[in-house]
Design a protein around this ligand. Sequence first.
Ligand SMILES: [Zn+2]
Length: 149
Amino acid sequence: MSSSSQQPTVVRVRGSCHCGAVRFEADADLTSGGFRCNCSACMKFGSFITAVGASSFTLLSGDDVLGTYQFGSRSIERRFCKSCSVLCFSKITAPDGEQVGINLNTLDDVELKDLPVVYFDGRHDDFTPRSEPAPVRRQGEPPTAGAAS
Ligand SMILES: [Zn+2]
């Protein structure tokens, strides 16, 4: 290892919705920051996400007020507070196990400006990490295309 700053650093983070009904904690490596995606849902939600293994995530309260939003392949359960509407996390069923995508915007006392950002072109099913936002529409693409993700 050439630099200690490159070591993964897992920390316990806490998050909550706006009204406070939903609270959770997770063990997450925030040194790698989070991702933003241009898919139709992430754009609307303003998502800023990091994924952790399901065993690293604990819902502390709010199971009774959490709604679920799914669309497309239905492989992602987006969980939001039915009281204040905040999207808190998503359950992601992947081939290598269940993950939880935490909405970093809901973490308490975390400086988001300090977190690196990776961008995905989810609108075109391209999850190659990018340093800048991918276009919502590629050149020549009609406005209604690419809402699959
Ligand atoms: Zn709430």
